[in-house]
Design a protein around this ligand. Structure first.
Ligand SMILES: NC(=O)c1ccc[n+]([C@@H]2O[C@H](COP(=O)([O-])OP(=O)(O)OC[C@H]3O[C@@H](n4cnc5c(N)ncnc54)[C@H](O)[C@@H]3O)[C@@H](O)[C@H]2O)c1
Length: 295
């Protein structure tokens, strides 16, 4: 059952049984669901196939910790003429310079650099010689950059999390379906050797029918979060100032979703996030050794 069939069936079932739709889901979700169902989009993004591109022309936005690592993952593709880095964008020239130094040293090539202000990346996304946008900027920018990229005819792949609100998620789905562009959240944990190894065993029936799974992402980031220079303008800890919770769900949930066929025939009925009270980050920030950041 694909997503639209599922949504359609559950909406119709709710009407048939006379349930109040508000009991089943938030009004906002229902509105969006109906919007999608009535819209008759050309197709769903599931199973979307775009014409093959032998040498993918790439633009990368965001060249911080992640962007400078992601480029190494292109080495093999660049060497084998499967990808070309056409252009890169960041707020800071030193970061575009650093990336170009890498490209020059490793591949004897360089990319057009955009830098200097918050909107310079749009010039990169507007280019007509780019097939794929890779986005590795702070979280709050991902949705906007993906939507803009798809509207400009690019496939897009964003670092996690690709969306910040339910509304963001619907916009991404709807735009991918309308533009028929690939829109991928690069949840790398789904594709690590270990996770794929387990997936392969599951697919071969080694564990029988899966009825339960547990996953997590346990990473003590306090040192980086409290460091003045590690993240650009300390963007990441600012999220912790506003709310508590699990900000990085998909490292754990992504591989499990693959194991359980979520989005591939099955679906989540409910998702609940529970956290303990935030304490250790605040405690670390109060330590005299932590000179950089005051909460
Ligand atoms: N999947 C993983 O394993 C993994 C690992 C590390 C980081 N990440 C993700 O990568 C993303 C970036 O994290 P990071 O650690 O590299 O942060 P960072 O602060 O080191 O890098 C972000 C970069 O984006 C640039 N930037 C900000 N606004 C911009 C704009 N308007 N236009 C162009 N560039 C802009 C900044 O100058 C900075 O260089 C986050 O979503 C993070 O969660 C994922």
């Amino acid at each position: 059952m694909n997503r639209k069939d599922f949504l359609s069936l559950s909406t119709k079932a709710a009407l048939f049984f006379g349930f109040s739709l508000n009991l089943l889901a938030k009004e906002e979700t229902i509105e969006k669901t109906n919007f999608l169902l009535n819209k008759k989009a050309k197709g769903t993004a599931f199973g979307l196939k775009a014409p093959k591109i032998d040498n993918v022309r790439v633009g990368i936005i965001g060249l911080g910790n992640r962007g400078q690592t992601l480029i190494q993952m292109f080495d093999w593709l660049i060497k084998n003429n499967n990808a070309t880095i056409i252009a890169v964008a960041d707020l800071r020239k030193e970061k575009t310079d650093k990336l170009n130094e890498y490209l020059e040293k490793k591949h004897n090539t360089s990319a057009k650099a955009y830098y200097g202000n918050q909107n310079e990346w749009k010039k990169l996304a507007n280019r007509d010689d780019i097939d794929l946008l890779i986005i590795a900027t702070p979280w709050e920018m991902h949705t906007e950059m993906c939507l803009y990229g798809m509207e400009k005819g690019k496939h897009v792949a964003s670092e996690i999390p690709i969306g910040y609100t339910l509304d963001d998620c619907w916009k991404l789905v709807e735009t991918a379906e309308r533009t028929e562009k690939h829109c991928m959240m690069m949840e790398n944990c789904c594709f690590n050797g270990e996770e794929l190894w387990i997936l392969n065993m599951i697919n071969q029936g080694v564990f029988g029918d899966l009825t339960h799974a547990e996953g997590a992402y346990i990473h003590d980031l306090r040192k980086h979060l409290l460091d003045k220079t590690y993240y650009e303008n300390q963007w990441r800890i600012k999220h912790h100032l506003k709310k508590d919770g699990n900000f990085y769900t998909t490292h754990g949930l992504g591989p499990i979703s693959q194991y359980m066929d979520i989005g591939r025939g099955d679906t989540f009925d409910n998702i609940v996030s529970m956290s303990s009270r935030e304490k250790s980050l605040s405690d670390a920030a109060k330590k005299p050794t932590c000179q950089n950041f005051k909460i």
